[in-house]
Write a protein that binds this ligand. Structure first.
Ligand SMILES: *Cc1c(COP(=O)(O)O)cnc(C)c1O
Length: 361
């Protein structure tokens, strides 16, 4: 917060007294945390992918596996972004299997780069094959072209060490030899909206010279918040306690269950007179948000049962109109309130009391 309140050395280099880069502190942090030579930041990861493609691939071809031509929410479709970046898409392989030779055989004089994309919101299972980052880096470098790896969410830490499913880390993608790696500031990373680009120094310099950079740049408040978020990653032992995203993802089911037990009698007393029953059940939280698309984590919920589907819809509508809306999900004819992300029990109860016309003690 101090960083937001105080004047910041925004485009001023305190060492030399000359005009500096607005993201120089972030660059240092990103290089330290990823092992990359250099780094820069733009408005979001969609912008990061756009500017990378445009900088290294405009007027040339980019090779992508047919298994990785993703659409993510908000009409971000890889083929469309590539077109807007001025890059010609060359699809290789098949939906479920792509091999090294598929890439190698289409590389020609017009090829600008190989693009690898994290399939963030779906998973292809069964008879599958993909070419991993180090193989792709070798194929690209043998041909004298660049490898851009769009990690989507990206993570700076090994999530398996926090009991979550494994995701490739940004450091691994850099070490595999990708020339540029892009990832989001606000997915698993847990910061404000941003798109990070890390990789080879001369490519980052070219990106910084691209006129699109100014159009995609980040304001000083977000830079301050990003810096504060990234600094937490310097201390992995305390990260799960200090970073809300990771704290919530790593909450134990037993702790959430205890919270459900605390809340259930109070919520029951507010809803019973309206004909709703409230009990407790185990449930599964979905991680989503551009990473771990099919992984779930055990959690606990308040389960609200109604006399009819209409009554349940009415309750959902009422909850949505509260000053602090309560959003549940309907499952097997009941409304589940997964408590994983409920930090402030008091205001939850106050909000509920207001909506149901119960005075709070
Ligand atoms: C989410 C995502 C993006 C876009 O990132 P934003 O930060 O939401 O703009 C791009 N590529 C992949 C693979 C993603 O998962």
């Amino acid at each position: 917060m101090d960083a937001m309140r105080d004047a910041a050395a925004l485009e001023f280099d305190l060492d030399t007294g000359r005009r500096g880069e607005r993201d120089s502190h972030l660059r240092t942090l990103l290089c330290e945390l990823t092992g990359a030579e250099d780094a820069t930041v733009v408005n979001n990861n969609a912008g990061a992918v756009l500017i990378c493609l445009n900088t290294i691939g405009a007027g040339r071809q980019a090779i992508v596996s047919r298994g990785e031509l993703i659409e993510i929410g908000g009409a971000f479709r890889m083929p469309d972004i590539m077109e807007r970046a001025g890059v010609q898409l060359i699809e290789v392989g098949t939906t479920n299997r792509t091999h090294p030779k598929d890439y190698a055989k289409v590389i020609g004089p017009d090829t600008g780069l190989i693009l690898k994309v994290h399939t963030s919101n779906y998973r292809i299972e069964g008879f599958t094959a993909e070419v991993d980052g180090s193989q792709l880096a070798k194929i690209a470098h043998d041909a004298g072209i660049a490898l851009l790896n769009d990690l989507g969410s990206g993570t700076l830490v090994d999530l398996a060490s926090y009991g979550l499913a494994r995701e490739p880390t940004v450091r691994e993608a850099v070490a595999e030899g990708a020339d540029l790696v892009t990832f989001s500031g606000d997915k698993l990373l847990g910061g404000p909206q941003a798109g990070f680009i890390v990789g080879r120094r001369e490519l980052i310099a070219e990106i910084n010279r691209n006129p699109l950079k100014r159009a995609l740049r980040v304001d000083k408040i977000r830079i301050a918040a990003l810096e504060a978020t990234l600094k937490l990653y310097r201390d992995p032992d305390r990260l799960a306690a200090r970073l809300p995203t990771l704290r919530l993802l790593t909450r134990k089911q037993s702790e959430i269950m205890a919270q459900a037990e605390r809340l259930q009698p109070k919520v029951t007393s507010m809803l019973r007179s309206r004909g709703y029953d409230v009990d407790i059940c185990g449930c599964l939280s979905q991680i989503g948000s551009g990473a771990l698309p099919v992984d779930t984590i055990p959690s606990a919920a308040l389960r609200i049962a109604a006399s009819s589907g209409t009554a349940l819809e009415e309750l959902a509508a009422l909850f949505r109109t509260l000053p602090r809306p309560i959003i549940g999900r309907i499952q097997s004819g009941c409304m589940l309130l997964d408590l994983r992300c409920l930090a402030d029990e008091q205001s939850f109860l106050e909000s509920l009391a207001e909506g149901t016309g119960h005075a709070m003690a």
